[in-house]
Ligand binder design. Structure first.
Ligand code: PSU
Ligand code: MN
Length: 345
């Protein structure tokens, strides 16, 4: 099946679509705010395994040039494992799927880049800065999913997912990542949610949204927790498990074949040697949350603020763990994409 990007987003049997030119034309959408790189367009047309990568982790997570180093490293990891990387972000008012080195540098070195989730896409592409130029933006899980899907990409790997914040019963702060997973058929591979979020509520919300959630079992038989980013265990049982990348690909294949329009999330627990016990993180998180409250960092500013505070408080340990887990997720994601391609042949 093929997804109709021209109008209805529904699945069209492949037999109804002429391969080469028709497919390529369907890909170059008619919006001047949307650009898919030549390499990614061709990979989609040839049905090669593509892995989408987000850019908020670069624009709001790491300083330049550390972010550039990570961005290049993640793209290399996709390639080494047989995939095609598609880094996604907003560059000078254009939503880009697949960026060259030059473009990547311009995005991750720019100081005023916005954090772009679904609600921000129109602003990021429609407005100009005081210099008269289009805006730059790092796309979150939600923003990246939308653009990946629009380009025909089904697999997306990143570090962590947004979630339901603690105290959401008061603030209603629920990440747009969760509603996006409910409405966009892309499979996200991440290390779960940071434990400054409310993990039980996040899983409840994902269930309500119809999102398939499973954790890679890695040889464990039962009692597999949904992971809490730096910690392999969260104290909350994962609603489902998959044994390996092939099993994950089978689930995605069935999900897409059934025409489900919701997304999937495969949680990949942080590699054992980098895992920080939950109890050890809890003190740090409590302090970071207190400081965020004092600083009045709410709404979209909340997550970046808390993440930066945790980084200050834990130093290199959490940063190293962060890099290790995102790399592991990108490798896993690429293997899932390769397995999915084999099922589709
Ligand atoms: N969680 C992390 N690292 C991140 C993010 C979340 O562990 O970098 C980023 C992702 O881009 C995610 C976004 O999509 O924060 C969620 O922000 P919010 O909570 O404002 O929805
Ligand atoms: Mn929020």
């Amino acid at each position: 099946p093929w997804i109709c990007r021209a109008c209805c987003q529904s699945l069209i049997p492949r037999s109804l679509i002429g391969r080469s030119t028709a497919t390529r034309r369907a890909l170059s959408t008619n919006s001047r705010f949307f650009h898919v790189s030549e390499e990614v367009q061709q990979a989609v047309a040839e049905r090669r395994p593509i892995v989408a990568l987000e850019s908020t982790i670069y624009t709001h997570g790491l300083p330049y040039p550390d972010n550039l180093a990570l961005a290049s490293r993640l793209e290399s990891l996709v390639r080494i494992n047989g995939g095609v990387p598609a880094t996604i972000g907003i560059l000078e008012g254009v939503a880009r799927v697949g960026m060259g080195t030059e473009e990547l540098i311009r995005l991750v070195s720019s100081s005023g880049a916005r954090k772009v989730s679904r609600r921000d896409l129109g602003f990021a592409c429609g407005m100009t800065g005081i210099d008269g130029k289009g805006l730059n933006g790092g796309t979150t899980v939600s923003g990246t999913m939308i653009l990946a899907h629009k380009a025909g990409i089904r697999i997306f790997a990143t570090g962590g997912l947004g979630g339901v914040h603690r105290g959401a019963e008061q603030t209603m702060d629920v990440s747009a990542d969760l509603t996006e997973l409910g409405r966009t058929p892309v499979a996200v591979i991440s290390s779960g949610c940071k434990s400054f979020l409310d993990i039980p509520k996040t899983l409840e919300y994902l269930e309500t949204q119809g999102v398939a959630v499973a954790t890679f079992a890695d040889g464990r038989e039962n009692d597999v927790d949904f992971p809490a980013f730096w910690s392999r265990d969260s104290g909350v049982r994962s609603p489902a498990v998959v044994r390996d990348e092939v099993e994950a690909a089978r689930v995605i294949y069935a999900h897409v074949s059934l025409g489900l329009q919701s997304g999937l999330h495969f949680a990949n627990p942080i590699p054992e040697q980098y895992s920080i016990p939950l109890t050890q993180m809890e003190t740090t998180i409590a302090q970071a949350l207190r400081e965020a409250e004092t600083a009045g960092a709410t709404g979209a500013a909340s997550t970046p603020y808390v993440l930066a505070k945790i980084k200050d408080l834990t130093g290199s340990k959490s940063v190293e763990a962060n890099k290790a887990l995102v790399e592991a997720n990108v490798i896993r994601g690429t293997r899932v994409a390769v397995a999915l391609q084999k099922l589709e042949i």
